[in-house]
Design a protein around this ligand. Structure first.
Ligand SMILES: Nc1nc2c(c(=O)[nH]1)N[C@H]1C(S)=C(S)[C@@H](COP(=O)(O)OP(=O)(O)OC[C@H]3O[C@@H](n4cnc5c(=O)[nH]c(N)nc54)[C@H](O)[C@@H]3O)O[C@H]1N2
Ligand SMILES: Nc1nc2c(c(=O)[nH]1)N[C@H]1C(S)=C(S)[C@@H](COP(=O)(O)OP(=O)(O)OC[C@H]3O[C@@H](n4cnc5c(=O)[nH]c(N)nc54)[C@H](O)[C@@H]3O)O[C@H]1N2
Ligand code: SF4
Ligand SMILES: [Mo]
Length: 726
């Protein structure tokens, strides 16, 4: 009876929602049949995605229905995890963290937040407040294996780390892409569903799309031009282009020169760049560098866009800065068709200022002295902080929506370090490579069971847009949102189990729950520039179009003098030093780069059969001529070795990677003991981050320089002539 009533409540349901699996944030229609998801399709009324969805959208259903997804908390006892009630799990988790904090201080408890936190309303509001108020210097996130170089450049130039320009795709006449593959990633720091159609539209109106990448990617194939570049050399290419811009009088000072500091310093730096040296470092012919510059500067309007490929470099912050500088000096910053800034309904710039994100270098990591950026330390040094004894040593860890054992540089070392922690808690829906080390795993509801507003992503949309969706499916009776878990856990860490502590906890959780993400969102919307409200948004269940991007400077500039800092001193100094570095003599081996797959998302979603099936993906791509020189044939298995580790993978020969470069996707390396990922374990692959180096970092931020790792590749011993194992 009860069951049939519940069924009828949701049966025949058609729910509007947002796909949270990538930054495109497509509008979806979820057809519900009983308590099962019958189908998911694109929402034609969503003003941003207009019915578009990619093949990955099926992950929203598979994730929801995955039998391996945890519905109840797990507590480790002995060597294995067992199910526990929420009361028990939260008590054990709270007691464990509080004990370490009390005995060893706030810094002894580290926090790591992963990528999906950026797609989660509760984690971006209540979650951030709780985690930041733990008062630990040991805050880490996936940002330092991703975008902090771009955040630093934005903060230094424009005054706020989230004031990052996005390409005005709807109007641009020329799109120059560095180190991004939006046809596969579906765009990042650029919410723009259906990139294939958007690129085609630019070309159809006579515009040009150019891609600079060490691999001829899916995006490069769809562009007018692809330029191979030696990995980690983008600052050289950008300096070369800037030289041509200034030397040939292609700069457009009229709009920006009076609103910038450092124009002359940037010009002098650019003019001191030798094109021949830029060419030698990048392996891009000097004529090509000059032509790229001319095409960009002479275009009616031009937008330059760069993503993880430019951040994963030892001079990633230089690359990010020079990219924004190129937009500025060619007159394309904050101008229709150029690199513009979104005006979101929630002022994320204010929110991050409130949360303490604005700033860098205010403190340093204990062991390696690496700088904080936006209040966080580089994930590359978490293992050092766990392994190195002394005051301030990390002894406990709280992870939330992250899988650093697979995603962090030198993941194998971090994986081993996790097993040495005295206590660990994970807020995550899976027992995976990271959470298997946790004493307690606290699983949130599935994305289809929670409400959503893209607080972060809306701030990087190529059109102004706002959309709120209530929970598409009812919350299961025993289910908890991420933010509820963190709020309750936070209360237990701050307050002990005494009667007074219990009473205070009850009040704080009840009060906090009343506040909740919706109440915070309501405040942010009403206090925002558009004075919206949840009520107003609910009248537009497919989303509210707020119009094309508009110029926002100088009013929105957050630098003290309201001017763009075109030559931030610390980056200028680093660039001058870079210009003095000679071209390295030909080194043995290869440079390793990564790649993403349309049907995947970092390390997760590999547990969906529909998404993972098909040919083996965790292959090492190599140019056929390089393979020939090594005597390696197609189908061979190879061992790949770096300073930090060694893995084996099947070889895939393709001339889409440049010579001297090999590519291995990250996010594999499943099948570890203690994890519970039935499907993924059958497609285990190896982890690229067992090769990447926790000592190869962006100089200014400590961001992982994944694209600068050198590896040796050789035939597996057992495949070598005369090899073989007894
Ligand atoms: N070699 C190499 N390494 C890389 C990269 C690369 O290009 N090359 N890319 C880097 C980049 S850009 C990133 S962002 C990082 C990602 O690094 P991470 O965020 O650490 O890793 P993910 O694989 O995204 O893991 C996401 C975790 O969140 C959980 N999860 C999913 N949704 C939710 C939710 O709603 N709530 C909670 N609580 N948990 C959830 C999943 O179960 C999974 O455990 O990897 C980085 N690592
Ligand atoms: N399907 C799918 N979508 C995803 C993800 C996923 O794993 N799968 N991950 C999500 C996440 S967390 C993020 S951050 C975004 C990332 O979004 P993107 O940045 O668009 O993702 P990538 O495909 O890693 O693109 C980076 C490109 O940089 C190139 N590259 C590597 N090194 C260099 C270099 O030194 N210079 C230059 N110029 N190029 C270089 C690589 O060959 C690659 O083509 O994607 C998101 N979307
Ligand atoms: S592009 Fe695909 S994965 Fe990304 S939001 Fe849209 S449907 Fe979801
Ligand atoms: Mo990312």
């Amino acid at each position: 009876m009860l069951r049939s009533r519940r069924r009828s409540e949701v049966s025949g349901g058609r729910r509007l929602a947002t796909c949270v699996l990538c930054e495109a944030a497509c509008g979806i229609v979820v057809d519900v049949d009983g308590d099962r998801v019958a189908s998911i399709r694109g929402d034609a009324d969503d003003p941003m995605s207009r019915g578009y969805v990619c093949p990955k959208v099926i992950g929203m259903r598979d994730l929801h229905e995955d039998p391996d997804r945890l519905r109840r908390p797990l507590v480790r006892s002995g060597g294995a995890h067992r199910e526990a009630t929420w009361e028990e799990a939260l008590r054990v988790a709270g007691d464990g963290l509080r004990r370490v904090r009390k005995e060893h201080g706030a810094d002894a408890v580290a926090v790591y937040q992963g990528n999906p936190a950026a797609h989660n309303l509760g984690l971006l509001t209540v979650g951030q407040i709780v985690l930041r108020s733990l008062g630990t210097k040991n805050l880490y996130s996936a940002s330092s294996s991703d975008q902090v170089p771009q955040m630093l450049a934005a903060e230094l130039m424009f005054g706020n780390p989230v004031l990052m320009p996005v390409p005005d795709l709807e109007r641009t006449g020329h799109l120059l892409v560095f180190g991004a593959n939006p046809l596969v990633s579906n765009g990042s720091l650029m919410t723009a569903p259906n990139m294939r159609a958007r690129l085609a539209a630019i070309r159809a109106r006579g515009g040009r799309v150019v891609v600079v990448d060490p691999r001829r990617t899916e995006t490069a194939e769809a562009a007018d031009e692809h330029v191979f570049i030696a990995p980690a050399s983008d600052p050289w290419l950008l300096l070369g282009m800037l030289r041509v811009v200034f030397e040939e009088g292609l700069a457009r000072p009229e709009r920006w020169v009076d609103r910038c500091n450092g124009w002359a310093e940037l010009e002098a730096l650019a003019l001191s760049t030798e094109l021949a040296a830029a060419s030698a470092h990048t392996r891009v012919p000097a004529e090509t560098i000059a032509r790229l510059a001319r095409d960009f500067a002479r275009a009616e309007s031009a937008a330059v866009y760069g993503r993880v490929g430019i951040c994963h470099q030892p001079h990633g912050s230089l690359a990010a800065w020079l990219l924004y500088a190129l937009a500025t000096v060619t007159g394309n910053l904050d101008r229709a068709g150029g690199s513009m800034f979104t005006s979101p309904a929630v002022e994320v710039t204010k929110l991050v200022r409130m949360l303490g994100f604005v700033g860098h270098g205010r403190w340093k990591s204990r062991v390696r002295g690496l700088p904080e950026v936006a209040g966080e330390l580089p994930i590359a040094t978490l293992a050092d902080e766990i392994e190195t004894s002394g005051a301030g040593q990390v002894r406990a860890l709280l992870t939330c929506a992250g899988n650093p054992a697979l995603s962090a540089p030198n993941g194998k070392r971090l994986d081993a370090a996790l097993s040495r922690l005295s206590f660990m808690v994970s807020v995550d829906g899976y027992l995976n490579e990271t959470t298997r080390h946790a004493n307690v795993i606290l699983p949130p509801v599935s994305p289809l069971e929670r409400s959503h507003y893209d607080v972060a992503l809306n701030a990087f949309a190529v059109r102004n847009f706002a959309k709120y969706v209530p929970r598409p499916l009812p919350k299961p009776p025993d289910g908890r949102d991420d933010w509820e878990i963190l709020l309750e856990l936070g209360a237990r860490v701050w307050l002990d189990g005494s009667t007074l502590g219990r009473a205070a906890r009850a009040v704080s959780t009840r009060f906090g729950a009343r506040l909740g993400p919706e109440a915070i969102l309501e405040g942010l919307l009403r206090g925002g520039p558009r004075k919206l409200s949840l009520g107003a948004l609910k009248k537009h269940p497919s989303g509210l179009d707020l119009g094309p991007l508009e110029p926002i400077f100088p009013a929105a500039l957050e630098t003290r003098d309201k001017r763009v800092a075109l030559a931030p001193p610390e980056l200028l100094t680093e660039a001058k030093a870079l210009l003095r570095t000679p071209v390295a003599a030909a080194e043995r081996g290869f440079v390793l780069i990564g790649r993403r797959h349309l049907r995947s998302n970092n390390s997760w979603l590999h547990n969906s059969h529909a998404l993972i099936k098909g040919p083996e993906r965790c292959t090492l791509m190599m140019h056929p001529d390089d393979a020939g020189a090594l005597g390696l044939g197609a189908g061979a298995s190879v061992e790949i070795e770096s300073r930090v580790g060694r893995v084996e993978a099947p070889l895939e020969l393709t001339d889409s990677v440049m010579r001297g470069v090999v590519s291995l996707p990250h996010g594999f390396g499943h099948g570890k003991a203690g994890a519970r990922l039935g499907v993924a374990a059958r497609h285990a692959g190896v982890s690229a981050n067992d090769l990447t180096d926790d000592h190869l970092l962006d100089a200014a931020t400590g961001n992982a320089a994944f694209s600068a790792v050198r590896v040796e590749v050789r035939a597996l011993e057992r495949d070598r002539p005369g090899g073989g194992r007894p």
